[in-house]
Ligand binder design. Structure first.
Ligand code: AMP
Ligand code: TRP
Length: 325
């Protein structure tokens, strides 16, 4: 039987090339190999008051981004988390067997609490249990995520093991599938920080116009010297080479050879052209989809139906195992 994967992405609206190369592109490939369930996790986003702004628009935008990038609703299940209420119901059930001490260990919770200080909400603390419910509800074998989510998948395994011991063997222990670290894209303004929306001028959005892409690449920081070389002493150049390699399929070796003696200006000029060319089909497709909100709504409705038919059956069994009537 084909193994099932489940993964989630927060509806942040527009996406940057880090999201694309680090996550979305993986999904597009995985949907061909696995029984794939992909979820836009709006309930997770609600734990962050800022992310919760204009949620409907962001959900639409995230959906058209995924579809334009090649996620195909005929090959996978694509749906919105809040459309399948079984996720929150299972969260409650799992809450009753999750030790608080495990949740207090979560790095992401500790990090986020630092920023939020006074306004830490209960949802933020319970976030990993909702994620475990997402995963376990579908008897998932494999969970593709970035390194930062490894601990949450580990917690899902702990909860699954505990449930199986306490009640009856019910859950498969899900395995994380960690995205390659070479797909980690750093800010164009500061190669020591991950590319993210929070550093706007170092962030290349998938929907940026050709002129803007050219300008951002031109302004991207470089290292001293003018050689295109893959070296730990040249983190900014390595980052640009990583983007180049990801969009062109050339290896780092091939890129070094190609630009031997040519300097940064030529390299950046070509890099901008490659990104513009590679993003063009995506941008055209997204623009077309953005004009068809009814079609998007239908796709998500169908996705939720398919997800729910699995979720409903599994949740019923889980409740029985727990001794509910
Ligand atoms: P975020 O919205 O930051 O949670 O990111 C959504 C997904 O994109 C996550 O699964 C991350 O693994 C991935 N991602 C975010 N930023 C980057 C980046 N700069 N480089 C590579 N992947 C990223
Ligand atoms: N928490 C994940 C993130 O921020 C998103 C997510 C929610 C997820 N539920 C999931 C990922 C289930 C994998 C499986 O990236």
């Amino acid at each position: 039987m084909t193994k099932r994967i489940f993964s989630g992405i927060q509806p942040t609206g527009s996406a940057h090339i880090g999201n694309y190369l680090g996550a979305i592109k993986n999904w597009v490939e995985l949907q061909n190999q696995y029984d794939s369930v992909f979820c836009i996790v709006d309930l997770h986003a609600l734990t962050n008051p800022e992310a919760a702004n204009q949620m409907q628009k962001k959900i639409f935008d995230s959906t058209t981004t995924l579809l334009a990038a090649g996620i195909d609703p005929k090959k996978c299940i694509l749906f919105v988390q809040s459309h399948v209420h079984e996720h929150t119901e299972l969260t409650w059930l799992l809450n009753t067997i999750t030790p608080i001490a495990e949740l207090e260990r979560m790095t992401q919770f500790k990090e986020k609490s630092k920023h939020l200080k006074q306004s830490i909400n209960m949802g933020l603390f319970d976030y990993p249990v909702l994620m475990a419910a997402d995963i376990l509800l579908y008897h998932t074998n494999v969970v593709p995520v970035g390194e930062d989510q490894r601990q949450h998948v580990e917690l899902a395994r702990i909860i699954a093991r505990k449930f199986n011991n306490q009640f009856n063997k019910t859950f498969i222990l899900p395995e994380p599938l960690i995205y390659k670290s070479s797909a980690r894209i750093m800010s164009l303004a500061d190669p020591t920080k991950k590319m993210s929306k929070s550093i706007p001028h170092g962030c290349l959005e998938l929907t940026d116009s050709p002129a803007l892409i050219k300008e951002k690449i031109k302004k991207a920081v470089t290292d001293s010297g003018n050689e295109i070389k893959y070296s730990p002493k040249k983190p900014a150049v390595v980052n640009l080479m990583t983007i180049y390699a990801s969009f062109s399929k050339l290896s780092f070796d091939q890129i070094e050879k190609k630009y031997k003696g040519k300097g940064y200006a030529q390299f950046k000029d070509d890099l901008a052209k490659i990104i513009i060319k590679e993003l063009k089909p995506f941008q055209e497709k997204k623009k077309a989809l953005d004009k068809k909100p009814e079609q998007i709504r239908k796709i998500l409705e169908n996705g939720a139906k398919k997800a729910q038919s699995i979720a409903q059956k599994n949740l019923k069994e889980i409740k029985q195992k727990m001794g509910l009537l």
